[in-house]
Ligand binder design. Structure first.
Ligand SMILES: NC(=O)c1ccc[n+]([C@@H]2O[C@H](COP(=O)([O-])OP(=O)(O)OC[C@H]3O[C@@H](n4cnc5c(N)ncnc54)[C@H](O)[C@@H]3O)[C@@H](O)[C@H]2O)c1
Length: 232
């Protein structure tokens, strides 16, 4: 076996030993993920750990943050949990202190904790009528509005965060990444949510004779060159 092959095998072995990942795009980085006990945040925490990051799994005291941190460690990743309301400055500072104390540095903060406000159906508790605030109609419409015709997975969102937090995004500054299956650009069938009685066209008062007689344009009708009336 030559040196090159040995090095390659060493590298692969180390990578698998580290955390089951052969990526390592966030090797050596330390990241705080807020709202990491559930949903998208959980996926970001796992993804970052798989990529080699050391992770602070931050969430409210009742969130399953210890579970997530434990699962990451069981996968040979590195993680600690931090419980606190991150909207309070004191808790935010404590969270940063914990990162520095445990891992000696801080490279990335993912501000994921928050309130669902968007019209994008990622597959978390918010977007299921059984677990979130939506009724059956809203859930259906939300998914119909997605050109990719399905919910996005928390992992698909986490993949984008992992790229942005990695050195691969070294020339990206202040860019907005929309992870929405095309919803924003398509605008979606929001009219489906309007009650039937509000969908009637108004009758109108003008005596319109030709409102549906149009369609003529250069593409559909050859306009013969002729004299204008005003030319006699
Ligand atoms: N699910 C979607 O379809 C969707 C779409 C667009 C945007 N988002 C955004 O993505 C983020 C995550 O959404 P999700 O669906 O995973 O929701 P989620 O409710 O599963 O996760 C959010 C987590 O943040 C925690 N949290 C809330 N406030 C906190 C605070 N002050 N301090 C610490 N932790 C706090 C919650 O307890 C929860 O565990 C949210 O900001 C949401 O607005 C979600």
């Amino acid at each position: 076996m030559n040196d090159e092959t040995r090095n390659f095998i060493d590298m692969r072995t180390k990578s698998f030993e580290r955390n089951g990942s052969d990526h390592g795009r966030l090797e050596e980085k330390v990241a705080i993920i807020t709202g990491a006990g559930t949903g998208i945040g959980e996926a970001i925490a796992h993804k970052f750990a798989r990529e080699g990051a050391r992770v602070v799994v931050c969430g409210l005291p009742d969130d399953p943050i210890e579970d997530v941190a434990k699962a990451i460690r069981q996968n040979k990743g590195k993680a600690v949990a931090f419980a606190g309301d991150i909207s309070e400055e004191r808790a935010a500072k404590q969270c940063v202190d914990l990162a520095i104390k445990e891992f000696k540095r801080l490279d990335v903060v993912v501000n994921n904790a928050g309130v669902f406000l968007d019209n994008v159906p990622i597959d978390t508790a918010w977007t299921h009528k059984e677990t979130g605030p939506m009724d059956k109609e809203m859930e259906k419409t939300l998914i119909q509005a997605v050109p990719l015709a399905r919910r996005g997975t928390p992992e698909e969102v986490a993949n984008v965060y992992a790229f942005l937090a990695s050195d691969e995004a070294s020339y990206v500054t202040g860019a907005l990444y929309v992870v929405d299956g095309g919803t924003t650009i398509a605008k979606g069938p929001v009219g489906d949510l309007v009650p039937e009685k509000l969908r009637k066209e108004p009758k109108g008062e003008l005596e319109l004779q030709h409102s549906r007689h149009g369609l003529r344009n250069k593409q559909t009708h050859k306009v013969k060159p002729g004299k204008l009336k005003s030319e006699g």
